[in-house]
Design a protein around this ligand. Structure first.
Ligand SMILES: C[S@@+](CC[C@H](N)C(=O)[O-])C[C@H]1O[C@@H](n2cnc3c(N)ncnc32)[C@H](O)[C@@H]1O
Ligand SMILES: [Zn+2]
Length: 376
């Protein structure tokens, strides 16, 4: 029996989605996958692509390698007038049939639809003049198997956006699987969301290095079990050392970045755990985030995007990892104090401190844990 399609609106685009996708707790893969809860992530994509394309010189094409019903790509075609051509690809013909209907419904005419395995689709776009200005990889679970071909299909100076939803792997429940897929291991820590994003970037960077390509992270975002990284791809060797480890001491709460695998906590001398190898460079490009903030105002996106972007801007110069107010309260054996008050106290003591977009109840600081505990 044919599944009923119902209309829903995202941004300024009318979407047709299988009814079950809006009703069921876990959106079904049949007849085609659509996750209404990924709307914020698509909103951020629209903002990021708009900011990116503003300054991009070259053919402004978008390659959606795992498009599903085309929720992201047809929004791109409909909402970003800067885009010249959009390639919508999926292995599921039923998803593509819906995508074509959505394109018609929105009077969008610059989409090319294809039914290919994602790597084959991306390989067909690996010749220099066929590459995408923006390439998106949005699979079920881990993106690692698609990264080689996705990097090859991205224009020099283009943007590659990558989603991962294999939360249990990235959060340390299956370290062997994480090492196999991302070349690094996580630790189970309060700032697990940041570790997850850094593992995805680390893996992308290692693969890019093999291809003599440099990546520059512009923006990262997460909500629920959904991680997304946005990197600029430059066809040149990377001489910077942006890979390393995060030492995490369970005894005293210390965490710090190290280029070599060292296990001794420099504060309490206990044996600590190491997350990595992973990306230890910046997660955000401040100018890019500023551009996103100015684009956000012109687009129909969720109100929360602006606040998140303001936080990204604030935290863009801060060191890796964050502390949650609950974690600090637990160590102090007391009730948590507000985030604003915590930040104010740390700043008054002469350290840097900001909120973080990665967790609404957490802060970033350059103050070591023993200073934080004595300040609060
Ligand atoms: C998470 S969904 C994509 C969601 C979509 N990007 C969106 O924003 O709504 C993953 C899609 O990948 C497709 N898929 C799975 N394996 C694939 C492969 N090897 N090649 C191409 N498409 C694939 C599935 O049919 C599914 O539509
Ligand atoms: Zn320690």
């Amino acid at each position: 029996m044919e599944s009923e399609l119902v209309e829903t609106v995202e941004g300024s685009t009318r979407l047709l989605v299988p009814k079950e996708a809006l009703v069921d707790k876990v959106p079904p893969r049949e007849p085609a996958f659509f996750n209404p809860r990924a709307r914020i992530s698509r909103d951020f994509s629209i903002i990021a692509y708009a900011a990116f394309l503003k300054n991009f010189k070259g053919p402004r094409t978008f390659l959606d390698s795992l498009s599903g019903i085309g929720a992201r790509s047809i929004r791109v075609a409909n909402e970003l007038k800067e885009v010249e051509q959009v390639f919508v690809n999926d292995v599921n013909p039923k998803a593509l049939a819906i995508a074509e209907k959505i394109a018609k419904l929105n009077n969008v005419t610059n989409c090319v639809f294809s039914e290919n395995e994602a790597c084959r689709f991306l390989s067909l776009h690996s010749k220099r003049d066929q590459r995408g200005a923006v390439v998106d990889v949005d699979p079920f679970g881990s993106p690692s198997r698609y990264l080689d071909c996705a990097i090859r299909a991205t224009f020099h100076g283009g943007l590659l956006s990558v989603t991962a939803t294999d939360l249990t792997v990235l959060h340390g429940l299956f370290p062997t699987a994480c090492k196999r897929k991302y070349y690094g291991v996580p630790v189970r820590a309060e700032y697990g969301d940041e570790i997850a994003l850094r593992l995805i970037l680390g893996c992308t960077n290692l693969i890019a290095g093999r291809l003599d390509v440099k990546i520059v992270p512009l923006f990262v975002q997460n909500n629920m079990h959904y991680y997304k990284t946005y990197v600029k791809v430059l066809v040149r060797t990377n001489d910077e050392e942006d890979m390393g480890y995060i030492l995490n001491c369970k005894s005293c709460g210390n965490r710090h970045v190290t280029k070599e695998a060292k296990y001794e906590c420099e504060i309490c001398k206990s044996k600590a755990e190491l997350a990595g190898p992973l990306w230890i460079g910046s997660l955000y490009d401040k100018d890019f985030v500023n551009e996103m903030i100015s684009k956000e105002e012109q687009l129909q996106v969720d109100k929360s995007c602006k606040k998140t972007l303001e936080r990204c801007k604030e935290e863009s110069d801060m060191p890796p990892t964050y502390f949650t107010i609950d974690e600090i309260a637990h160590m102090k054996h007391s009730a948590p104090i507000s985030l604003a008050k915590t930040i104010e106290k740390i700043q008054s003591a002469g350290f840097k401190a900001t909120a973080t977009s990665l967790n609404p109840a957490a802060f970033k600081t350059d103050a070591p844990i023993n200073d934080i505990l004595s300040i609060i």
